[in-house]
Design a protein around this ligand. Structure first.
Ligand code: SF4
Length: 332
């Protein structure tokens, strides 16, 4: 299966319940307890790696945010979560509340802060950032040797029994053959999932490494061609969308983002406003405007965080697409 059965069932039941109540609802909380990082990757927003550790969220603030938005899945990102001093406590509390956690990390501190400190759990996915083979990943992360360390930590994660997945952003420099070589390598390591998404020009990134829409379509047409050979967890519908086969509305509300500055609006990428309180955030954003993705800030965006939910919901509305989705989930 592409995702563990209990994870898929929880998500499906939640989406079916929420879909009966409302057109718009959050599915994942992108929880960023800190904006401090031990890397400064190309393509990352400046605030996400320059924040002071003293400006981090408390565990109570994090738990309240997750409770307030009510989602079953929490993506703990940042900043680098392994630098968050209260991480073991935060994860234990989220697991106690039945949440599924996707902890997004560059893995550099795994030996000191993960192994032997945070136990493996079937509610915890360790999601290692990996944007290609050694040359590309070290270029993107701006430091030699990061790829080698990430691969070695992924192997150790697997040996220690962690659910281990990777997150790969496709940039202008990404060579699709190289990406397939990475998928093969990760499959040989028995990775539990490979998420692939187009990179998008964050509004305050200083690097021009992002794809034009045409480049996104071309690269993702080729990626779509090898989805069945590897445990890629981006859905076929999302990859069809990223290949330019069809368009869907953006669902910026599906991945709500809580940060040291508050709830970020309208989406994980664009922070035009920040709110302290979830209800005020939810009721203040003009969702129908951002759904249209016609704002100049949205130009070229095909980000997974904005469009995956819309692609899945589109599949659910057509029998043949739904069958393809179910078949995909049970393969790999
Ligand atoms: S298209 Fe959606 S996810 Fe992308 S920048 Fe616009 S609102 Fe955000």
């Amino acid at each position: 299966m592409r995702y563990p059965f209990d994870f898929t069932l929880t998500q499906a039941l939640y989406m079916s319940k929420m879909g009966r109540q409302s057109k718009r609802f959050p599915t994942v909380c992108m929880l960023e307890p800190l904006y401090t990082c031990n890397l400064a990757c190309r393509g990352c927003t400046k605030e996400r790696h320059t924040g002071k550790l003293s400006n981090r969220l408390s565990v109570e603030q994090c738990l309240k945010a997750v409770e307030d938005c009510g989602v079953p899945i929490v993506s703990v990102c940042g900043g680098e979560p392994l630098l968050y001093p209260e991480l073991p406590e935060l994860l234990a509390e989220l697991i106690k509340r039945g949440k599924y956690i996707i902890m997004c990390t560059n893995s550099l501190l795994a030996k000191e802060k993960l192994f032997g400190v945070i136990p493996p759990d079937n509610h915890l996915f360790v999601n290692v950032h990996l944007d290609g083979m050694a040359k590309t990943h070290d270029f993107v992360t701006n430091r030699p040797g990061v790829w080698q360390q990430a691969i070695s930590n992924i192997k150790e994660c697997k040996e220690r029994g962690y659910l281990t997945i990777t997150n790969c952003t496709v940039f202008r420099e990404t060579d699709v053959d190289e990406l397939e070589a990475l998928c093969k390598l990760l499959t040989d390591i028995h990775i539990d999932g490979i998420l692939i998404s187009p990179g998008y020009n964050f509004e305050n990134s200083e690097e021009d490494v992002f794809l034009s829409l045409q480049e996104t379509f071309e690269k993702f047409k080729r990626i779509r061609g090898f989805i069945d050979k590897y445990k890629i967890t981006s859905t076929p519908a999302f990859l069809d969308f990223a290949s330019g086969k069809f368009d869907v509305d953006c669902s910026p509300y599906s991945t709500v983002n809580y940060t040291p500055n508050g709830w970020k609006a309208p989406c994980y990428l664009i922070g035009t406003e920040f709110y302290d309180d979830f209800q005020t955030f939810w009721n203040s954003v003009d969702w129908s405007y951002w759904e249209s993705h016609k704002d100049p800030l949205c130009a070229n965006c095909r980000m997974h965080s904005g469009f995956e939910q819309g692609c899945v919901q589109r599949s659910m509305g057509k029998f043949s697409d739904m069958l393809q989705l179910i078949k995909w989930q049970f393969s790999g």
